[in-house]
Design a protein around this ligand. Sequence first.
Ligand SMILES: C[S@@+](CC[C@H](N)C(=O)[O-])C[C@H]1O[C@@H](n2cnc3c(N)ncnc32)[C@H](O)[C@@H]1O
Length: 245
Amino acid sequence: MSTCIFPRVANERLPQLLQAIPEGYDITNKTILDYGGNRGNLLEDGDEADMIDPSNYTSMDVDPDGLEFLKKLYPTTNTIHYDRYNPAYRHQGIPMLPFPQADDTYDIVYSYSVNTHSSWQDYVFDISEMTRVCKPGGLVFTSKFELTCIQHMLDKRVKDWDIFEGDPGGTDRTVSDFQDVTDVIYLVDNNTLLNIDDQIPQQSKYLITYYNEGWLLNQIHGMGYKTELTRSDKPRIQTLIRLIG
Ligand SMILES: C[S@@+](CC[C@H](N)C(=O)[O-])C[C@H]1O[C@@H](n2cnc3c(N)ncnc32)[C@H](O)[C@@H]1O
């Protein structure tokens, strides 16, 4: 994974976000932090729909290439290169680096397909930072894999990934490796499955994090938030989780 300009995924991020926001909430003119936003898939949807002004949008990512691409496309938008460690995306970054923003900065803090590629410890830290930088009464979203997404990722892993030199990119893993998980399971690189207490290798090339839904929601509720889930009818699209509280 390490550095990549994520592919354009048209008309998926915005429609799902609109479905997930409370009735009557107007996102026009709201400031949005897209945490792990890469090349700005949400902004492109929002700009085309005339609902997100580039100057109100910020993509904060550990990957400078995605941000550079976004800035060329939308010179007036905001990008933040965040030098945080991630086992697959940024090996040289700083672990648990606080977000650079002040408290209560954004109306909406949105994150899609970021904590599905990080450790549980990172997810806990991100929840506290995402909610900290969101204004009181603002909206905070994160995402999680469904098993259908895992199937999609495994298929994709077989077909597309040639990141392992001398390795055609296959995996022996199947969805059945994930379906009985009671808390968290990590798929690291080709075939390695790790549990919540295992150490993820410092420099992996590929990381998928799958959560048992009941366990995950219990943990988040234990942190003091209520949750609202927005699932998609497209099997490969992750479920958005709104954190309330
Ligand atoms: C699978 S891509 C999703 C990109 C984008 N959110 C989208 O949905 O199109 C994951 C993104 O998260 C970024 N990322 C991973 N860990 C991060 C972290 N701790 N902070 C910010 N970005 C991170 C990666 O660099 C990558 O751009």
